[in-house]
Every structure is written in structure tokens, then in C-alpha cells.
Design a protein around this ligand. Structure first.
Ligand SMILES: Nc1ncnc2c1ncn2[C@@H]1O[C@H](COP(=O)(O)OP(=O)(O)O)[C@@H](O)[C@H]1O
Ligand SMILES: [Mg+2]
Length: 250
């Protein structure tokens, strides 16, 4: 379980996220949703420590990450897998080298063990016999799969995905969402997915936090999202094409 307590962050005097608290459950796909520019990525960066919050604390299973010393921070970081916005593979490395990269820096394994682990993860995301392909030679959906394989190669307890569907067609998006959901359940990972895609919300939103202009306005499950009585959430949900057939009648 991962917990944030009263997280705030400003840039140049402008508050970008304000007093956000919440819990993200183990073995579930926890979503942070909201329109573009509303502070989702900043919150995720505060959680992983890429940004230091001005106020508040982040707890990884009761370990206070924000106040942790260098060793404890490093220990927690080793338990995190990340799928960055845009995929971000190393263009000059082939598929196998991309997935192996975290093992090269973090794992104490023999070369054979590393290769076995890489092949296990590639197989798990449905990629076989593409080890030697370069990122430029594979499709957008395959690149995401490679990104997921790389994110889970260290057997993470926590998996963070920022807009995993960006740039994908709707069909491929569903496949990638489902894969993230399956992996989360199978390996009992505390997963956080940042998204503004209502397809993802309805597809894999087990626990959802809705942000609006840097504040948390609602949390709940996808089953409750269409009757929240939060105007801003309704606007977000029903402005989406996927949901227009379900628009509430007043
Ligand atoms: N490093 C930064 N410096 C200044 N402003 C930033 C920085 N990162 C994000 N912002 C601003 O914070 C706001 C929220 O951004 P972000 O979290 O990326 O939104 P989104 O919900 O689309 O992920 C935006 O207005 C953005 O311009
Ligand atoms: Mg973002």
C-alpha cells in the first residue's frame, strides 16, 4: 500500500497541487485521472521523488519516503518500476538491451540469469523473438510492451505508468491497459496509472482519484463514477466521447 499525506507543490509561486491525501492499494490498478494540466504528472513525480513536494509526505508501506535517508530512498527506488510518458526507450539500444538496462544497474545476477529474466518478461508481455530489434523497427504498441517489460524486470512492488496509452489507437490502448491490469494482479503490485482516457477509467479503474486544478475532488471506483454528484467530475466524464451514450438525463 502506498499513501500520500497532504502533498502540495508550487512552481514560481503558482500552486500546482494542493493538499492531496489518499491511499493506493496493493494488487490493484489505482488511477489518477483528470484533464490535461491538472497536476497528475506532478503528483506522480512527487510520489517517485523526481520532484520534492513543498509539503506533505509519501509512505511506501509505512516507510516515509520523503524523510528517508539516502540508503532507505535507494532501497525504495529499487522496488519501483516506471513506464514513462511517451514510452522513452533508448533508441540506440535494442529491445533486449532496453529491458536489461535496470538489471545492469541494480541487480546482482549473472549474465545468464539476467538474460533469462529479460526473456521471461518479454514473454509475459507477449513479445518473443524480437530481442535484437531496434525501437525504430517496432510498432508503437510493441514499444509500450517493451516499456512494460523493462518496468517489471526488477520484480517491482510498485509500478507507475504515466499516460501509458498516449499515441496508441483505441484497440491497442485496451490491450496495453489489460496487460497492466493482469500484471498488477498476477504479481500483486501497487500500481498507479495516470490517465485522462475514459476508456482506461472504465476498463481498469479499480480505485480512482480525480484531480481538478491541482485538488482532489473525488475518489471511488469506476462503478460509482457516473453518479458522483461532483459537477467537475461529470464534466470530465461526460465530455468524453466514450461516455456520451451514458449521459445523465436531468
Ligand atoms: N517543472 C515544472 N515547472 C513549472 N511548472 C510546471 C512544472 N511541471 C509542471 N508544471 C505545471 O504544472 C501544471 C500541472 O502539470 P502536469 O502535472 O504535467 O499536468 P497533467 O495533469 O497534464 O499531467 C501545469 O500547468 C504545468 O505547466
Ligand atoms: Mg501528465
Amino acid at each position: 500500500m502506498l499513501k500520500v499525506n497532504n502533498i502540495s507543490k508550487s512552481f514560481g509561486g503558482r500552486t500546482v497541487i494542493e493538499d492531496i491525501s489518499g491511499e493506493f492499494d496493493k494488487g490493484k490498478t489505482n488511477l489518477i485521472i483528470g484533464s490535461s494540466g491538472t497536476g497528475k504528472s506532478v503528483l506522480l513525480k512527487c510520489i517517485v521523488g523526481l520532484i520534492t513536494p513543498d509539503e506533505g509526505n509519501v509512505y511506501y508501506d509505512l516507510r516515509n519516503f520523503t524523510d528517508a535517508d539516502k540508503e532507505m530512498k535507494a532501497e525504495i527506488r529499487r522496488e519501483i518500476g516506471m513506464l514513462f510518458q511517451g514510452g522513452a526507450l533508448f533508441d540506440s539500444k535494442n529491445v533486449e538491451q532496453n529491458v536489461m538496462f535496470p538489471l545492469e544497474i541494480l541487480a546482482k545476477m549473472s549474465p545468464d540469469e539476467k538474460l533469462d529474466r529479460v526473456n521471461f518478461c518479454l514473454k509475459r508481455v507477449g513479445l518473443e523473438n524480437v530481442n535484437k530489434k531496434m525501437p525504430s523497427e517496432i510498432s508503437g504498441g510493441m514499444k509500450k510492451r517493451v516499456g512494460i517489460a523493462r518496468a517489471i524486470v526488477n520484480n517491482p512492488n510498485y509500478l507507475f505508468c504515466d499516460e501509458p496509452n498516449s499515441g496508441l489507437d483505441p484497440q491497442t490502448s485496451i490491450v496495453i491497459d489489460d496487460l497492466i491490469g493482469e500484471i498488477t494482479h498476477e504479481f500483486d503490485i501497487t500500481t498507479i496509472v495516470v490517465t485522462h482516457d475514459m476508456n482506461s477509467v472504465m476498463g481498469i479503474g479499480e480505485k480512482i482519484m480525480f484531480l481538478f486544478k491541482g485538488r482532489k475532488l473525488w475518489e471511488g471506483s469506476s462503478a460509482d463514477i457516473t453518479h458522483s454528484n461532483v459537477t467537475e467530475l461529470d464534466d470530465f466524464v461526460f465530455s468524453n466521447k466514450v461516455m456520451q451514450g451514458l449521459r445523465k438525463r436531468t
